[in-house]
Design a protein around this ligand. Structure first.
Ligand SMILES: Nc1ncnc2c1ncn2[C@@H]1O[C@H](COP(=O)(O)OP(=O)(O)OP(=O)(O)O)[C@@H](O)[C@H]1O
Length: 618
């Protein structure tokens, strides 16, 4: 299994990711972002203005009342109404920005999911060969969720706290610079403690996120390989592996949460300490005349000191989630930045919908018309060399001349390079040197989609999609009529077993074939290829053994499928390729023998040994 690399994000990187994220939010809905920011400013300002108003309330309206014999409560009532108004604005703004950011986060999440999925579809096969599926999935689930959390909560609250802090500091200075400086000293002390805790907790949060990716990857791999695990009685090893990942995840989560949970009470109590000290020192300063402080100013200042410590605690807490989400965002952006498959081809191929089994090259004429030239299916490999990884060559000087309608079989031990040859033809990977032509046109000049569309591939691993049998066969040609589906199923010899199912063609099958047998799945995949009706076939013969009757049906289905088409059969059973027009024997990426079955037997070489059982294939 690919290990998920534990990455710590450098600061510069974080800023870049944040910038990109903000751009994403801004372009998703500029007006929502602008209104949210305005309401965040309003919310922060009204809380501070409300606290400052306490000074006026006490000094201008309450204190004079204490000295009046017949107190007039009218002005005080008005002032209380103003204060109510200020807090009401604060409340409304808070509500508005929370709601708006929630909606905005949903929109961003929707967009990111869409963009990432669309981009993923455009990635080359090499990306999926090199990356763990579970880890890719984790980007869709965990990372997008943390991103959403950040946009809807952490980021606006962080902004709100930061603005509150600035406003509070200005307000505190306006009341008493002496008390403000004193508050700073107390605060600097608590800040040191907070910093210590946040650095640790954010580190473990990142580790936790990585471990989560790893455990998802492991789960996915174990689920996919469940049957293999059972067959080899590898349950204890699988559990041991899982326990290891689970333990690491528990360790990281435990530490991350321990630091995060002690952070808040510490900050809360620092605030209480500051409160008591200010009440005491402010009172003493007012009584002794050390500072020009009124009762109202002290009350205001006390209120502000509470608002001073809270945002700092929140900022450090929100920073945790932001750092975590940025790591997630980076993983999503990495996926989005993976280069899409490049296609420089401009030669067009198109199927002729009216006539079965006929495809055309669209050749532009000088007068602007398009000339339709029938595709013959002549495939030539001309001195092809290839390596997946530089320096580790897999195919050596491959030469194949597959004339139209020819059945070419590839035989060789496992790992000899048979599948790689088919990967070259459909351009899942690009050849290093040499040339592959299709009716004389280098395949690098053909539009990739057209090229792949014109090659039908029946893979070793049959993959069916969730849906009815009808849907699955129609997958090969989405606009096929019901009759075409029945006909393809009949030719593939799948019709018989489909009729035996309770719901016939409407039987719903689960993603991985559900209750169907291996052979039945193969018959369906043959029917699927049959309906696609393409000029060239690549058949990666299934290795799994099926009962002889089904095997005969599969074989008959295959023969029908291959009739009249140029085909490449990757053979695992020699019995299926005896009738091939050309058999190529591969060994470690070299074609070591070539010819028909009879010719090869006469040569008494490698193929002869395989056929006579002196040598085994796998
Ligand atoms: N995506 C990949 N990246 C790197 N190396 C690969 C990749 N796919 C296959 N290989 C290597 O290329 C070589 C040829 O593999 P290939 O799948 O073509 O063999 P094969 O003859 O089809 O084997 P089998 O009969 O088992 O399917 C092997 O050594 C394999 O390890």
């Amino acid at each position: 299994m690919d290990q998920v690399k534990e990455k710590t994000q450098p600061k510069g990187n974080r800023i870049k990711v944040l910038g990109r994220l903000l751009k994403l939010v801004l372009t998703t809905s500029p007006w929502m972002l602008v209104v949210s920011i305005i309401t965040i400013i309003l919310a922060a300002a009204s809380a501070v203005i409300g606290s400052l108003f306490i000074e006026r309330l006490i000094d201008t309206y309450v204190t004079p009342l204490l000295h009046e014999k017949v107190p007039n409560y009218g002005p005080l009532l008005n002032a209380i109404l103003v204060m109510f108004g200020i807090y009401a604005i604060g409340f409304l703004s808070n509500y508005l920005f929370s709601m708006l950011m929630g909606v905005l986060a949903q929109k961003v999440q929707f967009r990111v999911r869409n963009e990432t999925f669309t981009h993923m579809e455009s990635l080359p096969i090499a990306y999926f060969d090199q990356n763990n599926y579970g880890d890719i999935m984790s980007r869709y689930t965990n990372d997008i969720d943390t991103l959403m959390q950040m946009i809807s909560q952490s980021l606006p609250q962080f902004l709100n706290s930061a603005l509150s802090l600035i406003f509070v500091i200005v307000a505190m200075f306006s009341l008493s610079w002496q008390l403000t400086l004193f508050s700073f000293i107390i605060f600097a002390l608590s800040f040191g403690i907070v910093r210590f805790l946040t650095v640790r907790s954010s580190h473990y949060f990142k580790v936790q996120q990585n471990k989560l990716g790893q455990i998802n990857g492991y789960d996915e791999e174990m689920l996919n390989g469940l049957k293999v695990i059972k067959v080899f009685s590898h349950e204890p090893e699988a559990e041991e592996g899982f326990d290891k990942f689970n333990e690491e995840l528990r360790g990281a989560s435990g530490k991350a949460n321990t630091y995060a949970t002690i952070l808040f009470p510490i900050m809360g109590n620092m605030g209480n300490l500051l409160y008591v000290l200010i009440a005491f020192i402010g009172g003493a300063a007012a009584i002794n005349g050390w500072a020009p402080l009124t009762l109202g100013a002290i009350a205001s200042f006390l209120q502000l000191s509470r608002q001073f410590s809270m945002p700092i605690a929140q900022i450090s807490q929100q920073l945790n989630s932001i750092v975590l989400a940025l790591a997630g965002a980076q993983r999503i952006f990495e996926l989005e930045d993976e280069p899409s498959e490049v296609d420089n081809g401009d030669v067009i191929m198109s199927p002729n919908k009216e006539v079965k089994n006929s495809w055309y090259w669209d050749v532009p004429e000088k007068n602007g018309d398009i000339k339709k030239v029938p595709i013959k299916g002549h495939i030539v490999f001309d001195h092809v060399n290839f390596s997946y990884v530089p320096g580790h060559q897999i195919l050596y000087d491959i030469n194949i001349d597959a004339k139209p309608g020819m059945k070419v079989a590839l035989v060789g031990e496992t790992g000899a390079g048979k599948t790689t040859i088919s990967n070259m033809l459909n351009r899942f990977y690009e050849i290093q040197s040499g040339k592959i032509t299709y009716d004389g046109v280098p395949i690098s000049q053909i539009r990739k989609n057209d090229l792949r569309h014109s090659l039908s591939i029946v893979l070793q691993e049959t993959h069916l999609f969730t849906g009815t049998i009808m849907d699955n066969i129609r997958f090969g040609k989405p606009d096929a009529s019901d009759d075409e589906v029945y006909q393809a199923a009949r030719l593939a010899h799948a019709d018989e077993f489909i009729h035996e199912l309770d719901d016939g063609y409407e039987t719903v099958i689960d993603g991985d074939g559900g209750d169907l047998s291996q052979g039945q799945m193969q018959l369906l995949s043959i029917a699927r290829a049959m309906i696609a009706d393409e000029p060239v076939m690549i058949l990666d013969e299934a290795t799994s053994s099926i009962d002889t009757r089904t095997e005969r049906m599969v074989q008959a289905g295959m023969d029908n499928l291959l009739a009249g088409r140029t085909s490449f059969v990757i053979a695992h059973r020699l019995s299926t390729i005896v009738n091939s027009d050309l058999i190529l024997v591969l060994d470690h990426g070299h074609i070591i023998e070539r010819g028909t079955h009879e010719e090869l037997l006469k040569q008494k070489g490698y193929y002869y040994e395989l056929y006579t059982g002196k040598k085994e294939l796998d």
